[in-house]
Design a protein around this ligand. Structure first.
Ligand SMILES: Cc1cc2nc3c(=O)[nH]c(=O)nc-3n(C[C@H](O)[C@H](O)[C@H](O)COP(=O)(O)O)c2cc1C
Length: 327
């Protein structure tokens, strides 16, 4: 079978598809990333790992950094503020986990991270950004990429300087969340600035922020000229967005099929009991559009066993079919 033309290249790495699941700590874990890949996400990003934890061999590193082969191409993401420690961590983690890409987080707005100069805090130090990308890209055998915001706040929109620092020092792709650190998740996404970055650099640029529908995907691609889009929150409970399918077109029957698959992947990852419990945060999102009445919903969201939950879902589906035909 011949592979179709890639949508774009990250260094020499071909990427097929232009819609990508965003890294999301606590949500975009290995099971959700596998599901998203099965449903059309073009690649995967691990949940971010603190370089300090890597060099100290902390237990959380394995939880965050491991992935399954079917998630590839995989970008393993790290964050920190110290260039040499980041380079050491990058070398260690690439050797241990064999990702396809090493991604540097320059976008995290959380106070504990950005306040100490890591994540979006790095946007305040373009020289440090240059140093980080130089050190890491010259020492790793895989592409190094960046995920950025537009600046620290509205008075320091230095995304062009940051993008140049990344690309001139070996960065091979830039994902842009079109907001400042100060905005966190408020206000609107600035697509013009994303388009400006795309115009200016010769590496792929991916647009991110508030993309919720297939129409949003097309609008953002057209407006920014970007090589792809990245979707985070909207994909929770709605992985069909990676197939560019409208949420309203997904019948309960199909949702239950995807719930089964997602739950199976969760149990494979976390074991029978923990898998079901950790799945609850996804289940509530899958069921939201169907406004399941409380007496039916409560037992589903509190179920502790896979068989019990699947039985409740199937019975609810059968009941809703029979009320359709009799009602
Ligand atoms: C719960 C949560 C966890 C996140 N974790 C990460 C992370 O580990 N690394 C990262 O680069 N961005 C992280 N983000 C930011 C997202 O990747 C994305 O940039 C942001 O949510 C905007 O995209 P959206 O509007 O499609 O959600 C996180 C966002 C959320 C909501």
């Amino acid at each position: 079978m011949t592979q179709s033309q890639p949508s774009f290249l990250i260094g020499n790495l071909p990427i097929h598809g232009d819609v990508i699941l965003a890294p999301m700590v606590g949500y975009a874990d290995s099971p959700f990333r596998r599901l998203a890949r099965e449903m059309g996400s073009a690649m995967s990003y691990t949940e971010f790992v603190n370089a300090i934890d890597v060099v100290h061999h902390a237990k959380i590193v394995a939880e965050r950094a491991h992935f399954k082969e079917d998630e590839r191409p995989v970008a393993l993401q790290i964050f920190d503020s110290e260039p040499q420690r980041m380079a050491d961590a990058a070398a260690q983690i690439v050797l241990a986990y064999h990702p396809d890409i090493l991604d540097i987080n320059l976008g995290c707005s959380v106070r504990d991270v950005s306040g100490r100069g890591a994540g979006a805090g790095l946007l305040r130090s373009p020289e440090k950004v240059a140093q980080i990308f130089h050190l890491i890209s010259t020492s790793l055998p895989i592409p190094v990429t960046a995920k950025i915001r537009l600046g620290w706040d509205e008075s320091s929109l230095n995304y062009m300087e940051i993008s140049q620092a990344i690309v001139e020092n070996g960065g091979r792709m830039i994902v842009v969340h079109g907001r400042t650190r100060k905005q966190v998740f408020t206000g609107s996404v600035d697509l013009e600035s994303i388009a400006q970055i795309k115009q200016a650099v010769a590496v792929p640029v991916i647009a991110n922020g508030d993309i919720r529908t297939p129409a949003d995907i097309e609008r953002v691609l057209r407006f920014t000229g970007c090589d792809g889009v990245m979707i985070g929150r909207a994909s929770l409970g709605y992985p069909w967005i990676f197939q560019r399918r409208a949420h309203a077109s997904i019948l309960l029957e199909e949702t239950i099929k995807v719930i089964r698959r997602h739950l199976e992947l969760m149990i494979e990852e976390y074991g029978a009991e923990r898998g079901v419990i950790l799945f609850r945060k996804h289940l509530s999102r899958y069921l939201k559009p169907y406004s399941v009445p409380r007496p039916a919903y409560e037992p589903m969201i509190t179920a502790t066993a896979e068989a019990e939950l699947l039985h409740l879902l199937d019975s609810y589906l059968a009941d809703s079919h029979s009320s359709e035909t009799t009602g």
